[in-house]
Ligand binder design. Structure first.
Ligand code: PMP
Ligand code: GLU
Length: 398
């Protein structure tokens, strides 16, 4: 049937985070004030020195193709920033720059996975990790609990590994629960990995956004012996409020990086030249604005979590990092607004959107039914007003 879409599309759903953001945008376009706690995207403008550097780069000719997996300047800036901020130093030919961290993850999937391979993914997981299905791989989901800080333990990892496991996909701090692994949490997992032959992919896109003095532990710094089978994914989207520039990267052993280069040479050619120049400026520049944004996120985190805890029927763990509050909303089940009965997280999310104009993302697409994700990458005023709207709605339906 030549007109049919490829079978692999049946294995994935559209990104739930982006779908909820689109629904909120629609309500907004209809003239409503919407409290946008759905998409995980800093509301800040990219720092001005980065924007200026990009303008200057355009005038200086950053309008052409570049090397497939990034310019020498950008790879060098990534190596220096990794050493400074993460405590270990890669070399430039271990770095492959792509169009955002999501794209870096997809390139890794394309380069490593064959149909039937397994990828171990702790839940709750970021929705797009299921992209591994697009290349015929099977996600092996490892549930974690709020009581365990939404962190996968060594026994659970051991039980999930099989001879088909190609990689374990960790995220720290994680999306959606904002849970972070300290070195003490990672070391038992490392021990398990030493007994099994597979890759570990660590998504560190939120590593600069940790609070209350939490110390981010970067796997290659604490387990240098595993570097030959470790891949770190990172980028500028979250740290520097640069989501729209689409720059992310992987750091992997040279042979794999060569394969990633090959994949990109046949797919997207290279990330935009001007965005790469902007990323160089961001990585090499002063960090004051990054620190200011982090301080703002820390304040918003407190407001969001405390606000959610003040709503009868909602409880919320204090996350260590990222910019999400992941709240247990099962206490709202059984309410019957307008003849409906709230029986699951998707229904609660729809109710909050319709009844309070608060956009969230349901836990189910993250592999965590019973929860809702509230992004606090938005103003304190909106957080305050959104929480009030939720409280009012809930109070009307006791
Ligand atoms: N990993 C995680 C856990 C994320 O939340 C995101 C956010 N989109 C990404 C990767 C991708 O980031 P980017 O915008 O650089 O593609
Ligand atoms: N990572 C963000 C989120 O989870 C951005 C949207 C996306 O890429 O999925 O909301």
């Amino acid at each position: 049937m030549p007109r049919q879409l490829a079978e692999r599309l049946a294995s994935v759903a559209p990104s739930a985070t982006l779908a909820m953001a689109a629904k909120a945008a629609k309500l907004r376009a209809a003239g409503h004030k919407v409290y946008g706690f759905s998409v995980g995207e800093p509301d800040f403008l990219t720092p001005s020195f980065v924007r200026e550097a990009a303008k200057a780069a355009l005038d200086a000719g950053a309008t052409h193709y570049t090397a497939v997996t990034g310019t020498a300047e950008l790879k060098s800036a990534i190596c220096s920033a990794t050493e400074r901020e993460r405590g270990w130093r890669p070399v430039p030919n271990e770095v492959a720059v792509s169009c955002g961290a999501k794209h870096a993850l997809f390139d890794i999937a394309l380069a490593l996975l064959s149909p039937g391979d397994e990828v171990v993914i702790p839940a709750p997981y970021w929705v797009s990790y299921l992209q591994v299905r697009l290349v015929g791989a099977t996600p092996v989901i490892v549930p974690t609990t709020e009581a365990d800080g939404f962190r996968m333990g060594a026994d659970a990892l051991e039980a999930a590994l099989s001879p088909r496991t190609k990689y374990v996909l960790l995220c720290t701090p994680s999306n959606p629960p904002g849970a972070a692994y300290s070195a003490e949490h990672l070391l038992p997992l490392v021990e398990v990995r030493r007994r099994h032959d597979c890759w570990i992919v660590v998504d560190e896109i939120y590593a600069d956004l940790v609070y209350d003095g939490f110390r981010h532990a970067s796997l290659p710094a604490i387990a240098p012996d595993l570097r030959g089978r470790t891949i770190v994914v990172d980028g500028v989207s979250k740290t520097f409020a640069m989501t729209g520039w689409r720059i992310g990267w992987s750091i992997a052993p040279v042979e794999l990086t060569r394969a990633l280069d090959m994949v990109q040479s046949q797919s997207n050619t290279n990330p935009a030249a001007v965005s790469q120049a902007a990323a160089v400026a961001a990585l090499n520049g002063p960090r004051d604005e990054v620190h200011a944004m982090r301080a703002a996120f820390a304040r918003r985190r407190a407001r969001m979590v405390e606000g959610l805890r003040s709503v009868p029927g909602i409880s919320c763990r204090m996350p260590e990092g990222a910019f999400y509050a992941f709240a247990d909303v099962r206490g709202l089940y059984g309410k019957k607004p307008s003849g409906l009965e709230l029986t699951n997280d998707e229904a609660v999310a729809a109710w909050l959107l319709e009844g309070a104009h608060v956009a969230t993302v349901a836990g189910t697409p993250f592999g965590a039914p019973g929860y809702l994700r509230f992004s606090y990458a938005t103003s304190e005023e909106d957080i305050e007003a959104g929480i009030t709207a939720i409280r009012t709605l809930v109070a009307h339906h006791t």
